[in-house]
Write a protein that binds this ligand. Structure first.
Ligand code: C2E
Ligand code: MG
Ligand code: MG
Ligand code: MG
Length: 286
C-alpha cells in the first residue's frame, strides 16, 4: 500500500504483508529449483600456512546468484533451506561439486566444508558425507568439516556422536568462529577437534588493541594445549598477518590472503602456483 508520510507530499511504497509473503514463497521455489539444477556453486577461499607461506587447502563457501535478486548471502539462503527442509539436498549438492572440483588439486591440499548446527543433529549426516566421498573418490583424510560452537549448544550429544563418526572415518573436524559463542571449555576438551578457527571479530582491529592481542595469544595457547592447530579468520591487512605470525598462529584466512573464488579461478590459481611457486602466487591474490 502507499503510505503518506508526515504531511508532505512524498509517498512511500512499502511492500504489504501479502507481497512479502509472495516474495518469500517465490524465493523458496527458486531455491528448490536452484538446488535441483546445481545452480548453487561452491567457491573456494585459500587457507594459508603462515610459516611455509603455502596454500594448504581451501574452504568451500556456497554462492547463489539469483537471476533477479543477484547474489544472495549464504547465511540467508542456508537459513531458508533449513526452514523449508531442503538443507540436506543443498549441502549434498555443494559437497558433491566441491569433491569433484578438488579431485585435481595437488595431493596435499585439504578441502574444508561447513556444516550448519541443524545438520549435525541429523543422525545420517556423517554417512552421507562418507558416501559422497566414496562416490567421487575424494579421500576422507583430506576433508575437514567445520562446525560452529552453536552446534554444540544446539544438541551436544548428537553433535558429539556425529563428530565421533567423522573422525572414525578419518575426516578432520574444526571448530569454526571460535570466540563468538558460549565456549564451554569442558565440552571442548571432550570433543577432540583437530583445529579451531579464531573468529574474525577477534582479528579485526586487533593490531591496535593489546587486550585483543592478549585474547588471541591465549586462544593459541589453549589450542596448542589441546593438541589442535589454529587458523585465524578474516585477515584483512599486513599488520594483522604480521602480528599473527609473531604469535605463532599456524594458519590464516582472509581477504588479504585471498578472497573466495570460483572453481575455474581456483584451477588457474593452482596452475600459477605450479609455475611460480606458492609465495608469488599468493602475492598475486592481494
Ligand atoms: P564461515 O564458515 O565462518 O566462513 C567465513 C566467512 O567469512 C565467509 O562469508 C567469507 O567470505 C568471510 N570472509 C573471509 N575472509 C574475510 C575477510 O577478510 N573479511 C571479511 N569481512 N569476511 C571474510 P560467507 O561466504 O558470506 O559465508 C558466511 C557463512 O555462511 C559461513 O561462515 C558459513 O557459516 C555459512 N556457509 C557458507 N557456505 C556454506 C555451506 O556450503 N554450508 C553451510 N552449512 N554453511 C555455509
Ligand atoms: Mg567456516
Ligand atoms: Mg568462520
Ligand atoms: Mg561464520
Amino acid at each position: 500500500y502507499a503510505k503518506r508520510s508526515g504531511g508532505n507530499d512524498i509517498v512511500e511504497f512499502e511492500p504489504s504483508m501479502v507481497e512479502l509473503h509472495h516474495q518469500r514463497t517465490q524465493l523458496e521455489q527458486d531455491l528448490i529449483q536452484a538446488i535441483a539444477d546445481n545452480q548453487i556453486k561452491p567457491h573456494y577461499q585459500p587457507l594459508v600456512d603462515l610459516t611455509k607461506e603455502e596454500i594448504r587447502g581451501f574452504e568451500v563457501l556456497a554462492r547463489w546468484t539469483h537471476p533477479v535478486q543477484g547474489n544472495i548471502p549464504p547465511d540467508m539462503f542456508i537459513k531458508v533451506a533449513e526452514e523449508i527442509g531442503v538443507i540436506t539436498e543443498l549441502s549434498d549438492s555443494i559437497f558433491r561439486q566441491a569433491c569433484q572440483d578438488a579431485l585435481d588439486w595437488p595431493q596435499h591440499m585439504i578441502l574444508s566444508f561447513n556444516l550448519s548446527p541443524l545438520q549435525l543433529s541429523d543422525q545420517l549426516i556423517s554417512q552421507r558425507l562418507i558416501d559422497i566421498l566414496a562416490e567421487t573418490g575424494f579421500p576422507p583424510s583430506r576433508l575437514v568439516v567445520e562446525i560452529t560452537e552453536s552446534a554444540l549448544v544446539h544438541d551436544f550429544d548428537a553433535a558429539s556422536l556425529a563428530l565421533g563418526k567423522l573422525r572414525e572415518a578419518g575426516i578432520q573436524v574444526a571448530l569454526d568462529d571460535f570466540g563468538t559463542g558460549y565456549s564451554n571449555l569442558s565440552q571442548l576438551s571432550k570433543l577432540q577437534f583437530d583445529s579451531i578457527k579464531i573468529d574474525r571479530s577477534l582479528i579485526s582491529n586487533f593490531t591496535r588493541d593489546e587486550k585483543q592481542i592478549g585474547i588471541v595469544r591465549t586462544i593459541l595457547a589453549l589450542s596448542e594445549g589441546l593438541g589442535m592447530y589454529a587458523t585465524a579468520e578474516g585477515i584483512e591487512d599486513e599488520d594483522q598477518l604480521a602480528t599473527l605470525r609473531e604469535l605463532g598462529c599456524e594458519c590464516g584466512q582472509g581477504f588479504f590472503l585471498g578472497r573466495p573464488i570460483g572453481a575455474e579461478a581456483t584451477h588457474e590459481l593452482l596452475k600459477t602456483i605450479e609455475q611460480v611457486g606458492s609465495k608469488k602466487a599468493i602475492a598475486t591474490l592481494t
